[in-house]
Design a protein around this ligand. Sequence first.
Ligand code: NA7
Length: 541
Amino acid sequence: MLSDVNAAGTSLDHDAIIIGAGASGISALVRLRELGLRCRLFETGDGPGGAWHWNRYPGARFDSESYSYGFFFSPELFAEWEWKEHFSGQPETEKYFNYVIDRFDLRKDMQFSSRVTAAHFRSEENAWEVSLASGERYRARWLVAGVGPLTLPQLPRIEGVQAFAGEAYHTARWPKHPVSFEGKRVGVIGTGASGVQTIQEVAKTARHLTVFQRTANYCAPLKNGPITPDEQKQVKASYEELKRRVNSSRAWFLHTPVLRSVFDVSPEDRERFFEDRYNARGMGIWQGNYMDLVVDERANALISDFMHRKIRERVRDPAIAEKLIPWDHGFGTRRVPHETNYYEVYNQPNVTLVDLKATPFKRITPNGVETSDGFHEMDMLIYATGFDAVTGAFEAIDIEGVDGQKLKDKWSKGPVTYLGLMVNGFPNFFMPAGPLSSQGNIPRTSEYHAEWVARFVRYMDEHGLVYAEPKLEVEQEFMEHAREAQNRHLSSRVDSWFTGVNTNVDGRTERRVMQYRDSADEYRRRAEAGVASGYEELIKR
Ligand code: NA7
């Protein structure tokens, strides 16, 4: 048990306040409670799950293997919970989150339907004052913002977007009540990971589905399926092995790049390997492919060409296939949506693809969508138009550090962090899975962060310290490293949420350093070097 961190005589309400009941917030709560800290977690939604609470659109599911995504902090939990599918759907995942918080009696420290609006550092107390939308205020030594990188939904900037009189939904604000597409003319705007999953489902029952695509993405088969009793046994027996595999992979997934150049193998072997990865379960075609595919244009052209051929094989009408081929970027340089019969949807008579590059939006009217070449009458519109990604959820809170500095101002040209976890000028503040932290499988990254933070808080307590922030030069050095790593990757030359470009958010036309692109190994090496030095990279008192 930690000694009472409030022994200094302050009257703080809690030792730690955590924002967000997604994977990262829950991991932080578990670890900080283990230290004996008095914690309070605030969550906007009325239940746990974060992304899996809000993204309840039809077809929403993991594309990391379920057993690599769930929490690893408890072998007992891993042994008890039976995932039904290799890639769990949203309803089962939401149940899992509820099971976890009940199983570990976390609910008593969680406050739902409680949106945090502001967090101000009070230097006189070395503490954070956190305000909720309700007007309640609480103070705590430590603040952990597990607000997630894909949290704040964005509507498209199209004239009349509020004018539509039919049913309208954003994928990330899908209602809890059932939504039927039967007999309806449905329009889906957006073909990112959420759009692709939605489209596959809506196409099954809609009278007519019109897909509005601005940028085509490379989509690859998910190969989901039920976990058989035999597989279940194997999964249960492989807890340590799974942990070892994800922790030794490049981005905390079960898949990791092959440490060979695609040019080291014969064209026949290369083709066989691509084919094998394409037909295998999960994201191996992207995350488990030759290491140079995402950094070398010539190598990337080979896998991009393979994917082009796959799209042409699967889509009957060659003109539609050409529209579905991403000609403006290479494979794996944007998020790869994983799909089940996505391309085959375009062979159905009830589905139309509108290429917005050729025929852009003009406006939305009460009864449909007008593009440059005509009017599409609609009963329902679905916005799968993504998020103000990576920084949006942080900037939606008025976060103020020392000397009245706002986080939003510090990040006006893009996020600036140390390890994606801490920020100079914002003491005692942690961001599990924050901007520029180790990218990939978020529960794994944030579980590592939760452990890191807990170890650090224990260290602070043991040394009687109450204030910590990264040194400015250390933060600058980390940013240089992150920039250099991002620039090595072809994705740095492409507009997407990976590079912070968003046409629906003001001032976001320039690419930024948004994600940590070096390996999880390199990331941990850096994070652990700090620990080993007695946290020399931090200002502490
Ligand atoms: P994404 O990946 O950001 O996709 C958003 C989609 O919406 C994408 O196809 C966009 O086209 C499209 N979009 C956005 N704004 C517009 C406008 N104004 N007009 C037309 N089309 C538009 O969000 P998702 O929710 O699919 O996925 C986010 C992540 O969540 C995903 O990567 C997973 O990790 C989970 P664009 O590509 O910008 O041309």
